[in-house]
Design a protein. Structure first.
Length: 230
């Protein structure tokens, strides 16, 4: 029995590392030209580990109209129905903020439809980066084929009744990403270097480092600075 459990765990970890190609829609950004990072490798390491740990959890509060119930032990074992139209406050891992969201969903297991769309209002850079990525990539309404809303390995629940609701999740894939990150393996491709590579591929202007203004430009009148290309 112990061998069977260990084998199942190995298969699970390997399938997540490979991205489950049968269901994977993400692009491979590893071949994108390398990016320049100002932080030292040590500072980057500890920052990435902190963010990886924070990614394990998600907690959001709803304020709006609707009725929705969803319970999930991964997307392969979930059931739910309903809709919500309103605002959300909370975090999904490193994505923290306040946003408007429309959500309609119904189904069981892999036969699940999810039409969630969100529009950030106030939040950190990770919330807006995720929203930009969702806009640049084709998103399916078939829940098993989309990772922009819930990851296929998340365990949690969503309940909304009339005007208020709550959403909690334990993100199993991010838990393993945190453990592997200790030895610098980035399973989720969300460490600083891979995240900047992804931004460079989808939004080059956001990933490019800003140029500092030379002293002569800073000393010139504001209306003359445009002539220097800054």
């Amino acid at each position: 029995m112990r061998k069977l459990v260990l084998l199942a765990m190995c298969v699970f970890i390997v399938s997540m590392c490979l991205g489950c190609e049968a269901f994977k829609l993400r692009k491979d950004y590893s071949k994108v030209q390398d990016v320049k990072i100002d932080k030292s490798p040590l500072a980057r390491y500890f920052e990435d580990r902190f963010l990886d740990f924070w990614d394990i959890f998600g907690l959001k509060f709803h304020m709006g109209t609707g009725l929705l119930v969803n319970g999930r032990a991964t997307k392969f074992a979930q059931a739910g129905f309903g809709f919500v139209d309103g605002d959300k406050l909370g975090f999904k891992g490193r994505e923290l903020g306040y946003w408007y969201e429309w959500r309609g969903e119904v189904g069981v297991s892999v036969f699940y439809i999810n039409t969630a769309k969100k529009d950030p209002i106030v939040g950190n850079k990770f919330l807006f980066e995720a929203a930009r990525e969702a806009e640049t990539e084709e998103v399916s309404d078939i829940d098993i084929f989309r990772d922009d809303d819930r990851d296929r390995w998340d365990i949690g629940f969503t309940v909304h009744a009339l005007f208020i609701g709550i959403d909690f999740e334990f993100r199993l894939k991010e838990f393993f990403d945190f453990l592997l990150g200790i030895v610098t393996l980035d399973m989720s491709k969300d460490d600083t270097k891979n995240r900047l590579r992804r931004m460079q591929a989808t939004s080059p202007e956001l990933a490019a480092p800003r140029r500092a203004m030379p002293p002569e430009v800073l000393q010139s009148p504001p209306h003359m600075r445009g002539a220097s290309g800054y």
